[in-house]
Design a protein around this ligand. Structure first.
Ligand SMILES: C[S@@+](CC[C@H](N)C(=O)[O-])C[C@H]1O[C@@H](n2cnc3c(N)ncnc32)[C@H](O)[C@@H]1O
Length: 332
């Protein structure tokens, strides 16, 4: 439990699975059903397997005789031998099972959370809403790659609803990560006592307290960022201000990093020229005010080039929002 909780609190995680069983040489649904029947008593010791309405199943099949994913999921549920009770609302917490059939070897796992770990319940705007908030685990990854024990300040000049700044705050505030709602906390035998020891483990991450400040030109998103930080339990660690990049001045001195997800992609670009100008201006401000600071940006390479900032990292590409932006690090 301790290990599972520890992994689930890592801010870059999207899914943490506990392996339940592995079956080799499975060629029919009947065979799978009977294997599940014989294993389930063991799972019942900690999972609540009373009603299929609270069970979700995700299945993949590769190069296997049994390759119909729905048939595999149905055979699994049949093996559990639990009835679908449509009269009772889905009980919470729900269980998310993963079934992988690879070369006729079936691996059954249960997820510690029924929704992806990158979803952040404190956000009112979802990552799928089209308003460009950043996925929680990508924002965390950006912070992880740019923060180190010498960094004292993190500034995001295009903070939007606060993704990067809040993730940096959450990274520092270990209790918030450990207290997060996870379905595994509803499993029988979950011991809240392990949370203290996981918190201690996280303290070994060696990140000092830093000052975190986000700016955005849009007053509405700045207000949303403040509310998100409040809900995330890090409002006292993060400051959000309304402001445009041209007015950004370095009030913090040395030893800082700029970590940001500025506008990029066709949807936010008024025909191509607007964003090139914005990045050109951003480069001027950064080179004048933040000389020597580290920088990590999620953006398109053609836009990064407009800033004329020295790049220090290998390119890391993400597939995100239908585009493949790069996470680029450098020294200003
Ligand atoms: C891609 S969004 C950032 C999303 C953010 N990472 C989040 O998680 O919500 C880019 C932001 O840059 C802001 N922005 C655009 N031009 C700006 C400028 N000149 N100065 C400051 N902010 C600007 C927009 O208002 C928008 O919120």
């Amino acid at each position: 439990m301790r290990r599972l909780l520890h992994l689930s609190t890592l801010p870059i995680a999207s899914l943490v699975l506990l392996r339940l069983s592995t079956y080799r040489s499975v060629y029919s649904t009947q065979q799978l059903t009977s294997l599940v029947r014989s294993s389930k008593s063991e799972w019942k010791t900690f999972l609540n397997l009373t009603n299929t309405s609270n069970i979700k199943v995700r299945t993949t099949a590769t190069k296997s005789k049994l390759n119909h994913t729905q048939a595999i999921a149905d055979a699994f549920k049949k093996g559990l031998n639990i009835s679908y009770d449509s009269s009772s609302p889905p009980s919470s917490p729900s269980l998310l099972f993963h079934i992988r059939n690879d070369h006729n070897k079936i691996t059954l796992s249960v997820s510690t959370s029924s929704s992806p770990l990158y979803s952040r319940p404190f956000r009112t705007v979802s990552v799928d809403s089209g308003k460009s908030p950043l996925r929680g685990n990508i924002a965390s990854y950006m912070c992880l790659k740019t923060l180190n024990k010498d960094v004292k300040f993190l500034v995001d000049p295009f903070c939007g609803s606060g993704g990067v700044c809040i993730e940096a705050g959450v990274m520092l505030r270990k209790e918030v990560r450990v207290k997060r709602d996870l379905e595994m906390k509803g499993w029988r035998g979950y011991d809240y006592g392990v949370e203290g020891s996981v918190c201690e483990l996280l303290k070994g991450e060696n990140l000092e307290d830093i000052k975190i400040v986000g700016f955005d030109r849009d007053r509405g998103v700045v207000e949303a960022a403040k509310r998100n930080a409040e809900r995330a339990g890090v409002a006292d660690l993060v400051e959000f201000r309304e402001g445009v990049i041209s007015d950004l001045r370095n009030e913090w001195g040395e030893k800082g990093v700029i970590v940001s997800n500025p506008p990029w992609g066709k949807r936010l670009d008024g025909g191509g020229k607007d964003l090139r100008n914005l990045y050109g201006r951003t480069g001027e401000v950064l080179r004048k005010e933040f000389k020597g600071w580290g920088i990590g940006m999620l953006t398109e390479r053609r836009l990064w080039a407009q800033m004329k900032v020295k790049e220090t990292s290998e390119e890391e590409r993400f597939s995100y929002a239908g585009v493949k932006p790069s996470f680029i690090r450098g020294i200003i």
